[in-house]
Design a protein around this ligand. Structure first.
Ligand code: KIV
Length: 300
């Protein structure tokens, strides 16, 4: 048999509002100017991209959180560039209007500006990303950001809790909880802005610190666990939909419990198979009585 009748011949079409303009960097800057909240969500495959498209979000990040959400690692560091390229390409196929940002995974940009440019080019050319994101605001990440921007690829910075270097930060915990640490985050954010980043992520920073820093920045800031003062919010797809064990970090608001629904669905299927309730007559293919009789004759 040449085809697989149990698979769909083509992916389900992405619901798309034809009136919605694709997100661009000028439109994003305009949203900040108008104080119009920016919605960002992560996605890692075609269905999650379709959900983001259908919801009309502004920015989609193929986060290196893919390591934990879809690849089963306990940290973000093991995910490789080749993994990210496959995931980002699938997300690209599911999106029409949001700006697609690809996270540069650990080890793919630290060595040199040249390595960072090469990696960013692959995210754009091979996966179809519109922009890339990198973590950290020290001299090396700032240099990488400037180099990638210089190569013509938009860069989003990321300060506060930067999971790729969480060991060096003392663990997976909020950052900027002393005046000195908050000043450092502010300086890093400004350095990334000066390097040409089009936007920043603030992760796990006290809301009051975010409030102090926001008036000092001109580019859009998207928060995750950074309070309500940012220009927009980002959540991890699997956290907000409950496709995970446990509740996750305190900043997560859960909008569904899909892991429970998936478990219940697969359990019900397993029970049906074991009880021979599935497949029913409506799930089977027919053959004409004549052909069946001929078959029986040929089989003896
Ligand atoms: O990898 C990721 O999902 C992220 C977001 C939390 C911003 O970096």
């Amino acid at each position: 048999m040449s085809s697989h009748p149990h698979t769909s011949p083509s992916p389900v079409q992405v619901p798309h509002d034809p009136g919605r303009l694709p997100m661009t960097l000028p439109l994003l800057a305009e949203k900040k100017r108008l104080a119009d909240p920016v919605v960002m969500v992560t996605a890692y495959d075609y269905p999650s991209a379709r959900a983001a498209e259908a919801a009309g979000v502004d920015l989609v990040l193929v986060g290196d959180s893919a390591a934990t959400t879809v690849l089963g690692y306990s940290a973000t560091t093991p995910v490789r560039l080749d993994d990210m390229l496959v995931l980002a390409a699938a997300v690209r196929r599911g999106l029409k209007t949001p700006l697609l940002i690809g996270d540069l995974p650990f080890g793919s940009y630290e060595i040199s500006d040249e390595q960072a440019i090469t990696t960013a080019l692959r995210m754009v050319q091979e996966a179809g990303c519109d922009a890339v994101k990198l973590e950290g605001g020290g001299p090396a990440p700032v240099s990488r950001a400037r180099a990638i921007v210089g190569a013509g690829i938009p860069v989003m910075g990321h300060v506060g809790l930067t999971p790729q270097t969480s060991t060096a930060l003392g663990g997976w915990k909020a950052q900027g909880r002393t005046a000195a640490a908050a000043v450092r985050i502010g300086a890093e954010a400004l350095a990334l802005q000066d390097a040409g980043c089009f936007a920043l992520v603030f992760e796990a920073i006290p809301a009051a610190v975010t409030e102090e820093l926001m008036p000092r920045l001109e580019i859009p800031v998207i928060g995750i666990g950074a309070g309500p003062a940012t220009d927009g919010q980002v959540l991890v797809f699997h956290d907000l939909l409950g496709i995970r064990d446990g509740l996750g970090p305190r900043f997560v608001k859960r909008y569904a419990n899909l892991q429970e629904e998936m478990n219940a669905g697969v359990s019900a299927y397993a029970e049906d198979v074991r009880a021979r309730r599935y497949p029913g007559p409506e799930h089977t293919y027919s053959i004409s009585p004549e052909e069946l009789a001929a078959l029986r004759e040929q089989l003896g």
